[in-house]
Design a protein around this ligand. Structure first.
Ligand code: D5M
Ligand code: FE
Ligand code: ZN
Length: 559
């Protein structure tokens, strides 16, 4: 084992059919001769241990009397100093990562070795931690701490609660792509978003406006159907509701006229104003978005627990940053990362094939299934006791049009190694009481291209994310780059305000806040591609924002 990092240990153990707890890996990696330690552990653990617990490893070391180092002076950060693989890990931004170190020692050591199916094949054993959290907790209480361990040796292992998922199209797709489906998806969008605006303005249906006397105050709630500038430089915005369309005029000299910069076709807004003397047009006095209330109070976890948010791994691309991923996986095995119980992956697991013109010239793995197999190998390096959630992106092998269903059975099988939770794009994933809206982010390209303000740019993708929250829709503008699959309902509406909004796709790091909702665009694991070079996109590579679920503080780690 030339490089005795925890990842190597994990791989060695996996090749022998073991899934190991993080602490178990640390203990082995800590040994003077990790190779020999793996052998000893594998021999002593026998065939019926599917998941190697730290307690089991300690017992093996204690029994064979061969554990020579660090028992009385454990080095909790051994994993990060071992082999130098994480030497270039660093932190940016403000956060509370040190709080991670304060997790107190526990009196007991969880084990799940006894809960799994003993008849499982070796391949299965490699693959999953079979015990449910409930099982794990149940066994925790009864498992004694082996004698001879120190307090910091006997800390808790991760015991994440399985996330809940809402708003996921997976398994519910009904659309056949026919005209009627488009009508129903837009009708549903209008119904749900106009509801959020109706209480705030005294609106009239478009066909009733024609009958109102000129000079009356009036308001319309509608979908933006057209945006045009007039010969004199004002803006004509046509809104459509279920009864018809009506034009509103935004005068260029109003101090809020730059709101037009923000408007996208197909989004639902309200315009208040005064009807022209001869009717027929509304002179706008104000524009309202469905928006997030300024007073929104996010929920938080009631214990100290963290989630790592990543996206755009692009395994299979020649530019996939495998060394950085290794460093990240190494870090997840350290004591500092102990509170990181969740890994959320926001799309583009693999590079895919035929996604962009000439993409094949930059492929390292040409078969898309082989790409997923290689990705699954990378997932195995993530501690077995973490919960993983993944949604697809535009490079993944699911339909491109949004909402995208989660991976099919074949891909699930290929990626079963870590028993990840596979959901669609978008989806709301609730972890420890915190609602995280995960959306890959293709519409961010559109928002950035269309938005007139420089603050909404690739260098600040969180500002584009804020626009989506304001419009309460993850992909407001249909057509252009955005492909929308018509369904009976619009899964892209942001019905409930999330506590955290997580996207990827643009390969730039962005961390921000909008009306108390945390915004995280998580960067990528792919170095700059030829295309990105040609258009001057300088990606943020190897970034893993770590979200504190109890405080919602974010620490960005760079690998
Ligand atoms: O896209 C990563 C980013 O780069 C995203 O902002 C789109 C943009 N991109 C990348 N390749 C292309 C091509 N060929 N045309 C247009 N835009 C592109 P991702 O989809 O994650 O590769
Ligand atoms: Fe990507
Ligand atoms: Zn993408």
């Amino acid at each position: 084992m030339p490089d005795s990092t925890p990842v190597r240990v994990v791989r060695e153990l996996a090749s022998r059919g073991y899934n190991a707890e993080r602490d178990a890996v640390t203990l082995i990696a800590d040994e003077p001769d990790p190779d020999a330690a793996v052998e000893r552990v594998a021999e002593a653990a026998g065939d019926d241990a599917l998941t190697l617990t730290a307690a089991a490893v300690r017992e093996i070391f204690d029994t064979d009397g061969s554990r020579t180092t660090r028992r009385d002076a454990p080095n909790p950060d051994a994993a990060s100093t071992d082999g130098g693989a994480t030497a270039h890990a660093s932190e940016t931004g403000s956060g509370t990562s040190d709080a991670a170190l304060s997790t107190g020692p526990s009196a007991s050591e969880p084990t799940n070795a006894t809960t799994a199916d003993r008849n499982a094949t070796t391949a299965d054993r490699n693959a999953t931690t079979d015990a449910t959290t409930a099982d794990r907790n149940a066994t925790t209480a009864d498992t004694p701490v082996p004698t001879g361990t120190t307090a910091s040796d006997s800390r808790n292992d991760r015991s994440p609660t399985p996330p809940e998922v809402a708003g996921d199209v997976t398994g519910h797709s009904t659309g056949a792509g026919e005209y009627g489906d488009f009508v129903s998806v837009f009708r549903d969008r209008y119904e749900r978003l106009s509801k959020k605006l109706r209480g705030r303005v005294n609106h009239r249906p478009t066909d009733a406006l024609d009958a109102m006397p000129g000079g009356s105050d009036a308001a319309i709630v509608g979908m933006v159907n057209d945006i045009r500038s007039t010969a004199s430089g004002h803006w004509l915005v046509e809104l459509e509701d279920t009864n018809g369309t009506f034009p509103a005029l935004i005068m260029k000299d109003r101090d809020w006229a730059d709101v037009v910069d923000e408007l996208l076709l197909d989004e639902v807004i309200a315009i208040e104003g005064t009807l022209a003397d001869d009717g027929g047009i509304l002179f706008a006095d104000s524009v309202h978005f469905p928006d997030v209330p300024r007073t929104y109070r996010p929920s938080t976890a009631d214990r100290h627990v963290q989630a790592a948010l990543v996206s755009d791994v692009h395994v299979g691309s020649q530019e996939f940053a495998g060394d950085r991923w290794d460093a990240f996986a190494d870090w997840l095995h350290t004591k500092q990362a102990e509170p990181v119980e969740y890994l959320l992956v926001c799309g583009d697991m693999v590079e895919g094939v035929g996604v962009y013109p000439d993409q094949d010239e930059e492929l390292d793995i040409v078969d898309v299934y082989d790409q997923y197999r290689a990705f699954a190998e990378r997932l195995k390096d993530v501690p077995g006791d973490m919960e993983i959630v993944m949604i697809p992106g535009n490079h993944d092998a699911v339909r491109l049009a949004e909402p995208q269903p989660g991976f099919d059975e074949t891909l699930r099988d290929i990626m079963s190694a870590h028993d990840a939770r596979i959901v669609g794009n978008p989806a709301t994933v609730t972890v420890e009481g915190v609602d995280v809206l995960m959306y890959h982010g293709v519409s961010l390209d559109e928002v950035i291209a269309e938005h007139g303000d420089e603050a909404v740019s690739y260098d600040a993708p969180h500002n584009a994310m804020a626009q989506l929250l304001k419009k309460r829709h993850v992909a407001p503008q249909y057509g252009g780059r955005m492909r929308v699959a018509p369904e009976e309902q619009d899964y892209l509406v942001i019905d409930d305000v999330p506590d955290v909004f997580h996207t990827g796709h643009v390969h730039k790091l962005g961390v921000g806040e909008y009306h108390n909702v945390k915004l995280i665009n998580s960067g990528s694991w792919q170095e700059q591609t030829a295309f990105q070079k040609s258009v001057n996109i300088d990606p943020d590579v190897g970034t893993a924002p770590i979200l504190d679920l109890d405080t919602l503080d974010i620490t960005v780690r760079k690998f």
